[in-house]
Design a protein around this ligand. Structure first.
Ligand code: HEC
Ligand code: HEC
Length: 194
């Protein structure tokens, strides 16, 4: 529901955000930029290679913040650094708006109960891995190694965020693996834009 609501608000929601007040995203312009992303993330944001995360239906503010972080070097990854170097802030808003306009639908595996979800994570990432915050990502259906790698990056300070750095600092490798497995076992579908 929240994702459908985000579509209706479109760029307006972004214009109201204090983090990026200057530019609003245009999903139609973003669709063209998504051609640069499709070999890895798909045009709809369902990843085509295991090391790339699914990004369709994620909150626009989150997508935009990550793209800006790759561009400025605050978050480092060889592929994404190259991709974002050539993009303007407007293009980043547009492509974030395109991917955010999709709807992510998560389904727990048969016989799995939402009440068994990792309690330390559900208040922000949901039991089913669909984010309940505008600045947090969906985790549903991401490859477990991707989730594992990101949590370890926060833990060692390679990737920084005031909430996630603190949470991951106290996690053991076994906990990280268990949480990664929980979220990666959830089936993700990304619905196309009508
Ligand atoms: C050559 C493959 C490749 C291309 C092309 C590519 N990406 Fe990525 N992208 C990746 C990989 C790999 C990661 C994971 C980086 C990491 O491990 O930190 C990533 C991460 C991201 C993230 C962070 C998602 C999250 O959940 O934190 C966003 C957002 C993103 N890409 C958007 C884009 C957009 C938009 C484009 C096109 C303009 C694009 N990417 C093009 C491979 C690619
Ligand atoms: C209070 C809210 C909150 C809680 C609780 C929380 N997270 Fe997060 N999480 C966030 C936010 C916000 C981000 C985005 C951080 C950034 O911008 O780098 C994030 C990012 C992540 C990422 C990066 C995903 C990606 O696509 O790159 C992973 C993995 C993650 N969280 C896993 C967890 C796990 C596992 C738990 C439980 C142990 C947890 N989080 C608990 C808010 C939270």
């Amino acid at each position: 529901m929240r994702h459908a609501f985000a579509i209706a608000l479109g760029g307006l929601a972004l214009a109201g955000s204090s983090a990026h007040p200057a530019v609003a995203g245009d999903p139609a312009a973003g669709r063209k930029i998504a051609n640069m992303c499709q070999t890895c993330h798909g045009v709809d944001g369902y990843a085509r290679i295991p090391i790339a995360p699914h990004i369709g239906g994620e909150p626009q503010a989150y997508l935009e913040a990550q793209l800006m972080a790759f561009k400025t070097g605050a978050r480092e990854h060889e592929m994404m650094t190259v991709v974002t170097t050539s993009l303007s802030a407007q293009q980043i808003s547009d492509v974030a708006a395109w991917y955010a306009a999709h709807t992510a639908v998560a389904t727990l595996p048969d016989g799995v109960n939402a009440s068994d979800a990792p309690s330390a994570c559900v208040s922000c990432h949901g039991a089913d891995g669909i984010s309940v915050l505008l600045d947090a990502p969906n985790l549903a259906g991401e490859v477990n190694i991707y989730i594992d790698t990101q949590l370890k990056a926060y833990r060692i300070g390679k990737r920084r965020h005031e909430i996630m750095s603190e949470i991951s600092a106290d996690l053991t490798d076994a906990e990280i693996r268990a949480f990664a497995d929980w979220y990666s076992n959830i089936e993700l579908k990304i619905e196309p834009i009508n």
